[in-house]
Ligand binder design. Structure first.
Ligand SMILES: Cc1ncc(COP(=O)(O)O)c(C=O)c1O
Length: 435
């Protein structure tokens, strides 16, 4: 029976369009969804960049079922349950060296808020309470809470919501079609864009700046790959001025770039790192912030009966999420999924770049198992061309995502070569029809 579609106010959805022609998913397994009409749909975006091990994986399903029967909830304040420690330990073991403290949240947005608060509180705890300014980057996406949209740089997500957080500034984005269009992997040009942080230091003074937050690969804004040397340069400038570097790895984390984390892939270790999505394979909401030992330790002073970091959520380290997280990490390890993107990236790159030359294709980007095709907008109707391509692909049995006039691809890491071909062939047809 078709549900009544009236009451549900949908997130980030063109809801009047949706309710006229609903896309209802009712079942999933491995690389596929099925809709309410029984149609099979290939998942080209890992759900929403989160189902890295593919859908309904037996180990994860069983872990969640067993956990619900054994311990449904345990308060995370002044109490805990063993799996929270086990999962934190397992995440820390695959993290970049030294990032060995794990704070659990329930989403990427909450991870971002947590990391921003940690950064400001860290400086205060070590006697530099003037460092309160937060620096984001144009076109950054850091979720939808007030801190996240303040440091974020996607205008559509900011303009409706007032003045946002005070004391925030942004460095320039790295998107440069003129110099870098159709780069395979990391673009050659743009390392110097990191120097924009020096401009903000000159303007505000380093003594007022707590942290800089960037996505190593900016995902939601349309897959912007960091230019060669850019992240290294950003790290150097942060070090020079005592500014914390936060990597938002909500999308990049858990294998998307060919190693567990983009920090490892690009050889740059941040001070704080935000995670979510792939930590539980998308099965149960969960996020996390990884912190360097030294950041954590600054808080560990004062009387022992006092709470050192007054922050947390009722569902931080929820037992179902921890069970799902442990089974997810086991599945990743059993199947070598955290490095599989590295093995497939050559094939994937060639496949997506084969779309070059199609009508309205103005750029193609790729890294690991993430890719994007940027289209020229329909005159006077931005976003429409890509949205039509998305609808067309869905109609032909492939689910992708769009942002602006960019079509993004980020399949589950279990994808096979024929399925990469299916995605690209379907996209090819849709782009031709959208001309
Ligand atoms: C880089 C980044 N940060 C934060 C978020 C927000 O995560 P959530 O939707 O789980 O709050 C996202 C979501 O896509 C993201 O891509």
């Amino acid at each position: 029976m078709k549900p009544d579609l009236d009451a549900f106010w949908m997130p980030f959805t063109a809801s009047r369009q949706f309710k006229k022609a609903p896309r209802l998913l009712t079942r999933s397994a491995d690389m596929h969804y099925w809709d309410d009409k029984g149609r099979q749909i290939l998942d080209g975006v890992a759900g929403l960049w989160c189902v890295n091990a593919g859908h309904a994986r037996p180990k994860i399903v069983k872990a969640i079922q067993d956990q619900a029967a054994e311990l449904d909830f345990a308060p995370p304040f002044q109490m805990a349950h063993p799996k929270a420690f086990e999962l934190a330990d397992k995440v820390a073991k695959i993290a970049p060296p030294g990032m060995n403290k794990v704070f659990f949240t329930n989403s990427g947005s909450e991870s971002v808020e947590t990391a921003l608060k940690m950064a400001i509180a860290y400086h205060r705890a070590r006697g530099e309470g003037t460092r309160t300014r937060l620096i984001g980057r144009e076109r950054g996406y850091h979720g939808v809470n007030f801190g996240g949209i303040s440091v974020g740089g996607m205008v559509g997500n900011r303009k409706m919501f007032g003045t946002l957080l005070a004391g925030v500034d942004h460095i320039r984005h790295t998107h440069d079609l003129e110099r870098n269009a159709f780069s395979v992997g990391q673009p050659e040009h743009g390392a110097e864009l990191a120097d924009d942080l020096e401009r903000l230091v000159a303007l505000h003074d380093a003594s007022t700046i707590a942290a800089v937050i960037v996505e190593p690969i900016a995902g939601s804004t349309g897959v912007l790959i960091p230019p060669k040397g850019y992240l290294q340069r950003l790290r150097e400038i942060c070090d020079k001025h005592g500014i914390l570097l936060i990597f938002d790895e909500v999308i990049c984390g858990f294998g998307r770039t060919g190693t567990p984390f983009a920090a490892t892939t690009f050889g740059v270790t941040p001070d704080l790192m935000t995670l979510a999505k792939g930590i539980t394979n998308g099965c149960v909401p969960m996020g996390a912030v990884l912190a360097k030992q030294a950041i954590h330790d600054v808080f560990m002073t004062g009387p022992e009966h006092l709470i050192e970091f007054p922050h947390g959520y009722t569902y931080s380290s929820h037992p179902l999420a921890c069970a799902a997280g442990l089974a997810t990490l086991e599945t990743y390890a059993d199947e070598g999924l955290l490095t599989r993107a590295g093995q497939l990236q050559g094939y994937f790159a060639e496949a997506v770049h084969s779309l070059k030359g199609l009508p309205n294709v103005i750029d193609i980007r790729n890294f690991g198992l993430v890719g994007a095709v940027e289209l020229a907008p329909v005159a006077g109707e931005p976003t429409k061309r890509a949205f039509n391509v998305f609808l067309d692909c869905y109609d032909k049995g492939v689910m992708l995502r769009t942002t602006g006039d960019i079509v993004a691809i980020s399949p589950p890491l279990i994808i096979e070569r024929e399925q990469i071909d299916q995605i690209v062939d379907t996209l090819r047809g849709a782009i031709q029809r959208a001309a």
